[in-house]
Design a protein around this ligand. Sequence first.
Ligand SMILES: Nc1ncnc2c1ncn2[C@@H]1O[C@H](COP(=O)(O)OP(=O)(O)OP(=O)(O)O)[C@@H](O)[C@H]1O
Ligand SMILES: [Mg+2]
Length: 335
Amino acid sequence: MVGIDIGSNSVKVVELTREGGNYQLENIGESMLPSGAITGKSVSRGDMVSEIISNLVSTLGIRAKRVVIGISGEAVASKIVSVPKIFLRKDMEKFVPDLVSASLFRNVNGVNYSYTPLFRRNGRSKEVPVLIAAVSKKTAQGYKSSVSSAGLRARIIDIDAMALSNAYAVSCAVRGEKVALVNIGASVVNLSVLEDGTPLMLRDIPLGGQWVTLRLMDKFKITYEEAERIKCSIKGYGRYEEITSVLTDFATRAADETKAVLDEYGDGLTRVILSGGSSRIATMAHTLGEAMGAPVEISNPFQNIDVSDSRFDPEYIEHLAPKMAVAVGLALRGL
Ligand SMILES: Nc1ncnc2c1ncn2[C@@H]1O[C@H](COP(=O)(O)OP(=O)(O)OP(=O)(O)O)[C@@H](O)[C@H]1O
Ligand SMILES: [Mg+2]
């Protein structure tokens, strides 16, 4: 199955196959999007996005046409509620639209919504956690059209934070632990807290590495592309201290905002797993660990997936891995 993570900064593709309980990596790739193609987590230039997807998929030699894509940001809202088992069987269909309009999106007609009972190891409880998720129809359509113009079909539209949870389940879940997954991208932070493998909450914060890029553009009067380049390899441009100070400000801000959201759910966190392109900021993991008071590990979503050394350069995979957590989770969702 092919997972396509259409981020604000790049499109990331992962193709996985499954044999019994074993997963295998078949294809992986990333292609940068021009600035302005995705704005505010919506597709602004569908033509650009579909061209990038189409080129990436054909360069990788992917033949499958059915894919899973993800959405995050303000077009998505979710809530995990505890529902009596008996209610789940009988009345859920009637109950969900009211719940969506009361606590997710007032205009139920403008969103697609769904509910998913969540797996729990101790299944004896009379209550079941149920994920209620709603996605703006307009935004979802933008992503779906970009994919279909690239000759593919979005079989499932998932939530990025849920994809993160699925990647965690396969790569490094530890029985009984309470963990926070933090994916810091270009324009959003995707968050998921899980206890013993069951999500307690999924949330997005509208903040990402673009904050740094915009500050550097403004400070040095340079283009978006130059600012991105300097941010990602800060040596060689000079003005090292000014650049690191912007990066440090961002790390502090991202850690503080994450902590503010996680505080509601954060008691007794065993660890924090950090992913996304902005996890590469040198001080990010440390700053987040200090704020959360829990050890931070950099995500490796391929930990329990067979990755052939002869087909894939291990260094390339290692470099890309933290950015691929969402794409891996999307591919897993379709298997
Ligand atoms: N070495 C690096 N140092 C600092 N920032 C980096 C580095 N490498 C990548 N980034 C930043 O990571 C961000 C991209 O991360 P990612 O690919 O996870 O985002 P995205 O999925 O495209 O965006 P989003 O999910 O927020 O819409 C960009 O802001 C990029 O500048
Ligand atoms: Mg992303």
